[in-house]
Design a protein around this ligand. Structure first.
Ligand SMILES: [Zn+2]
Length: 208
């Protein structure tokens, strides 16, 4: 599945949803006390599975640990958005018998719509093809990138509970990007794709 994550990031770059070194993805198998996350500062067009970072989850769930994985990854650091990924990956609720994939990207029209003042969660009411398949959380406001505050605000808007259940598939962060969660890289990607398409339509319409 790490190979598939690389494919989704190449496609995200091709679609202008990230610049070369933006975006990050993590993946956890439900029966393992570790997850994999994309490294910091690596060009996503050339990302390889052996560059991923393996992150251990402490029994208390309070701490993460950089575990040995490959020689190449030993010289890399985990994505700066690790507080976001760790907070979601350490809890497994509705994805408890599956894989959980967390994808963070900067899709152009989603970010443009939030910049324009559009609340992404309300779009779903007007576009059934979006709301049928993708539950959109209320926007997160202005928070610094790679911060615990960004992570905490995302958990709150996604309604992450103590059992690891979340009420939504995707959340937008104003002036920044989106976070989508599902059971495979492409399924998480598709939540972003659907929301991005609707945002493009809404902005093209000129009617807000
Ligand atoms: Zn970002």
């Amino acid at each position: 599945m790490l190979e598939t994550i690389c494919d989704t990031l190449v496609e995200a770059y091709r679609r202008n949803w990230i610049t070369s070194r933006d975006g990050n993805v993590s993946i956890r198998h439900h029966d393992r006390n570790h997850f994999y996350i994309t490294p910091s500062g690596v060009r996503k067009q050339t990302l390889q599975p052996d560059q991923f970072k393996k992150i251990g989850i402490s029994p208390s769930g309070m701490l993460w640990q950089d575990l040995p994985y490959t020689d190449i990854s030993a010289n890399l650091k985990p994505s700066g958005e690790i507080p976001l990924h760790f907070g979601l990956q350490k809890k497994l609720g509705q994805h408890s018998n599956e894989v959980r994939v967390v994808v963070h990207l900067h899709p152009t029209y989603c970010v443009a719509a939030m910049h324009r003042g559009i609340e992404l969660s309300t779009l779903a009411n007007e576009f059934p093809e979006l709301s049928r398949y993708t539950k959109v959380a209320p926007n997160v406001g202005d928070v610094p990138p790679i911060s615990q505050e960004l992570a905490d605000q995302c958990f709150e808007k996604l309604e992450l509970d103590d059992l690891g259940n979340i009420a939504y598939d995707i959340v937008g962060i104003k002036g920044h990007g989106v976070v989508a969660i599902d059971t495979s890289p492409w399924r998480a990607f598709e939540h972003i794709e659907r929301l991005e398409h609707i945002c493009q339509i809404v902005l093209a319409s000129g009617k807000y």
